[in-house]
Design a protein around this ligand. Structure first.
Ligand SMILES: [Fe+2]
Ligand SMILES: [Fe+2]
Ligand SMILES: [Fe+2]
Length: 409
């Protein structure tokens, strides 16, 4: 599993930015603002790049659009602490990104307060820089529209700079505020955040990535981090991706499929629902039946999964495996409507693992099923020709073990 770390983080930022739903660039803009301030105060390229990546990752603790909204609505919010702690704990568990954990932990702590805590001065300053960048973006958000940055922000920037200046020494470090005041006077700083320019900047990122080359274990760790972000989107999907991956991996072993691709298969299982971050919370948690329009919103998630994973894993079966988890053998699945002949065994396994885990978990419209009921349901699906008979057979033979994997933390 060779992946380019820069591409991976960019794609993952796009996914985190999905949580904003109406406003899809928050992480990327925060990255740009943080890096620009770091450059202005004379930090070297390595630290600029560190802040840029920290900006892209800073909201990895936010999975719910409602929380994202509260965070971008005003300058401070008493509930902000929760996502800082969540982000820190996700990053600590992910070896390749562990170096960002502390800066994310303190990225909403006011300058006055952080100085009274036992936070090392260097870390306090970096976190505060991230806080400032994040707040600048929250302040500019009402003046932006989704497709382009226009004159509205140039007209509003003086007032925005004043708002920040008024918090110098209280919310933000005075030197950082002074640097921000200088760059805030330049049109180029604001216009660079036009979505098209920002994407171009990301594509041709001028600094070396602070991430070393990633091996298979690192890729799995990254996939687990993002599975956690997806699963935290709703209480009804608690650990869904992590558990689907366990069930799928076990079935993969039972079928004695090639060991050298087992890691890739697990990554596909972990990330199969990554596109769900784009589905509004209200639809995901609606207790009653969904309308046609709401179903359409949900059913785009597997295609979004496909596009995201194609960017990170261009020459791998991972995107196809992951994105085909709602296909079936009678050709009525989505998003590709694949025919049975086009659906390989790995995909068939993932389809069953996803159904098995989902059935054994509470959903807004029904309660969880015990192993026996899950077995009956899978048998019915097999009889309708929707799922693979051999996969169902192996599942039924190992039902207790697999159900256990699907339900235990
Ligand atoms: Fe943020
Ligand atoms: Fe799904
Ligand atoms: Fe799923």
């Amino acid at each position: 599993m060779k992946i380019d770390p820069h591409r991976a983080i960019c794609a993952l930022t796009t996914v985190l930015d999905f949580v904003g739903i109406d406003e899809l660039q928050h992480g990327k803009r925060v990255a740009w603002i943080a890096e620009s301030i770091a450059r202005e105060i004379g930090w070297d390229e390595e630290r600029q790049a560190f802040l840029f990546y920290a900006g892209m990752l800073h909201d990895c603790g936010v999975s719910r659009a409602m929380e994202h909204r509260r965070l971008t609505d005003g300058l401070t919010w008493s509930g902000a602490e929760a996502h800082c702690r969540r982000g820190e704990s996700y990053l600590l568990e992910c070896a390749p990104l562990r170096c960002f954990a502390s800066v994310v932990r303190w990225h909403h702590t006011p300058w006055q307060q952080i100085q009274q805590l036992r936070v090392p001065p260097e870390l306090a300053l970096q976190s505060n820089l991230l806080f400032l960048a994040d707040r600048v973006d929250a302040l500019q958000a009402p003046h932006l529209n989704a497709s382009q940055v226009d004159e509205a922000i140039l007209a509003a920037r003086d007032q925005l700079v004043d708002t920040v200046r008024a918090r110098s020494g209280v919310l933000f470090n005075p030197d950082l505020v002074a640097a921000f005041e200088r760059i805030g006077g330049r049109e180029s700083f604001w216009l660079a955040m036009d979505p098209a320019y920002l994407l171009e900047y990301l594509e041709n990122y001028p600094h070396a990535s602070p991430l070393r080359d990633l091996g298979d274990r690192d890729v799995l760790a990254l996939a687990r981090l993002f599975a956690r972000v997806v699963d935290a989107k709703s209480p009804f999907t608690h650990e869904h991706s992590l558990r689907v991956a366990k069930v799928a991996r076990r079935l993969y072993e039972l079928f004695e499929l090639p060991a050298e691709l087992a890691g890739s298969f697990e990554v596909a299982a972990l990330l199969h629902d990554i596109g769900k971050l784009r589905v509004p919370d209200e639809i995901l948690e609606k207790p009653g039946p969904l309308s046609r329009a709401e179903r359409a919103v949900i059913s785009r998630h597997s295609y979004d999964t496909f596009r995201i994973l194609c960017r990170v894993f261009p020459d791998s079966p991972i995107p196809r495996w992951a994105a085909s988890h709602h296909e079936n053998l009678i050709g009525t699945g989505y998003p590709f409507h694949r025919a049975a002949a086009e659906i390989d065994l790995e995909t068939r396994i993932l389809v069953v693992a996803d159904v098995l885990q989902a059935l054994s978990q509470d959903r807004p419209y029904r309660g969880r099923m015990g192993s026996h009921a899950v077995g009956m349901q899978l048998t019915a699906m097999r009889d309708e020709g929707r799922v693979d008979p051999a996969v169902v057979r192996t599942t039924l033979l190992n039902l207790e073990e697999l159900w256990h994997l699907a339900t235990q933390a």
